[in-house]
Design a protein around this ligand. Sequence first.
Ligand SMILES: *[C@@H]1O[C@H](CO)[C@@H](O)[C@H](O)[C@H]1NC(C)=O
Ligand SMILES: *[C@@H]1O[C@H](CO)[C@@H](O)[C@H](O)[C@H]1NC(C)=O
Ligand SMILES: *[C@@H]1O[C@H](CO)[C@@H](O)[C@H](O)[C@H]1NC(C)=O
Ligand SMILES: *[C@@H]1O[C@H](CO)[C@@H](O)[C@H](O)[C@H]1NC(C)=O
Ligand SMILES: *[C@@H]1O[C@H](CO)[C@@H](O)[C@H](O)[C@H]1NC(C)=O
Ligand SMILES: *[C@@H]1O[C@H](CO)[C@@H](O)[C@H](O)[C@H]1NC(C)=O
Length: 418
Amino acid sequence: MDPRQPSDQKHHLFSFPIIIKRELRYAIFFLVILISSIFVLELITTPHQFSRFSFLSQILLNNEKSSKGACDYSYGRWVRDQSYYKIQSYDETCPFLDPGFRCRRCGRKDAEYLNWRWKPDGCEIPRFNASDLLERSRNGRIVFAGDSIGRNQWESFLCILSQGVPNKSTIYEEHGKPITKHKGFLSMRFSEYNLTVEYYRVPFLVVVGRPPLDSPTYIKMTVKVDQLHWFSRKWVGADILVFSGGHWWNEYKTLKMGCYFEDGGNVNTSMSVMEAFQRSLQTWKSWAIQNLDPERSHIFFRSFSPVHYRNGTWNTAGRCDVDIQPEAENLEPEPVNNQLISDIIKQMELEYRNSKVQYLNITYLTQFRFDGHPSVHREPGTPVPAPQDCSHWCLPGIPDVWNEILYAHLLSLGFRTK
Ligand SMILES: *[C@@H]1O[C@H](CO)[C@@H](O)[C@H](O)[C@H]1NC(C)=O
Ligand SMILES: *[C@@H]1O[C@H](CO)[C@@H](O)[C@H](O)[C@H]1NC(C)=O
Ligand SMILES: *[C@@H]1O[C@H](CO)[C@@H](O)[C@H](O)[C@H]1NC(C)=O
Ligand SMILES: *[C@@H]1O[C@H](CO)[C@@H](O)[C@H](O)[C@H]1NC(C)=O
Ligand SMILES: *[C@@H]1O[C@H](CO)[C@@H](O)[C@H](O)[C@H]1NC(C)=O
Ligand SMILES: *[C@@H]1O[C@H](CO)[C@@H](O)[C@H](O)[C@H]1NC(C)=O
């Protein structure tokens, strides 16, 4: 089943009622010719992007994008390619990896999950050229902000980028902090390039803290949807910013734990999790527009990274250790989070008057990868009855592809620090 068959649109286009005056008929005839020639042009340049929005707005959007030579990396398939990681990538000796992401060192026997390459429909992802990106990022700052999946992506990014640096000892944490077991933020300096690649732990993007003083006792904490996390002060001036969020925006990590949403100093107990997420994204957007320089900053918001618990949920013995290759069955529908993120990005593209804002759509390609999680191969020392980890990713692994797509977007935007 391919949801992108363009046939629906064709029907709408040519089924106008024919009870129209003659002059009008000529006018419409030429209009139809005009539109269908654009349509054909679209067919040639971007063959698979039809059914997402209404037909005309899609043409307008695509024209803008294809003129920049961009491609839709979000849609395609996984192809088996045993040489892929051997040529393209790093291995578990990369010094920037959390022990919990080094799945093979943690006992994973199969390496089959490394034998797959993402093949977008109609194009290829350009090869990640670390020395090229290092050169483009000289004297710059690259910021990742989000939850632990964002950290997963940050570590992948560090490992890929450091392949362009022969002497790894020239890369260090600016404040001497160890890379594991930290809270807060880490900043890796690539000293030969005067570049930092930073990670900020902000699971909600906005502030989480004590409720107002007069609150009833069942309200233990609040997520303050109108205040961006104070770390945001440190993000100002960055050249590339990669945001993410979503895994904490569920009832288990909020309402069911007595963590409610606060807006304008008042706790609003009737605000749902998705309403709160949307409010927080608006807060994020206003901050970005006020604080980031559209000439300088390239802003990405990564879509939701799917979790793959089968036969139960994370807390009812759900598992993902039975999977050893990508699977196209049982793909989940697109989570609501993504629509909210992509809507905010569209609003920003209009207000920011700049196309350096990008929705990094990795959900679909990631959904296939039931096999890419640490599962039972968790960090050494994890108690045996602990739930399986079917939300983070083994590294090297799937977040490498997200970063390749990130690089591809930077290339098509002509990114280079000023
Ligand atoms: C993300 O990409 C997938 C695959 O191309 C597509 O089906 C989905 O609609 C996209 N999501 C958004 C919010 O654009
Ligand atoms: C990578 O980029 C560098 C610097 O721009 C260039 O010299 C080199 O040829 C590129 N390597 C590949 C494999 O494209
Ligand atoms: C390093 O980059 C910063 C900007 O991030 C700049 O102010 C500084 O002058 C640079 N240092 C050197 C030695 O080039
Ligand atoms: C690697 O970098 C470190 C730190 O700058 C330096 O002390 C060391 O001499 C370098 N090693 C080589 C082989 O250049
Ligand atoms: C609480 O949030 C809901 C949902 O966003 C909203 O409709 C309602 O007006 C809010 N209540 C107050 C008192 O602000
Ligand atoms: C799934 O759960 C059922 C019973 O709840 C059990 O019989 C079956 O073996 C489980 N399958 C896997 C793959 O764990």
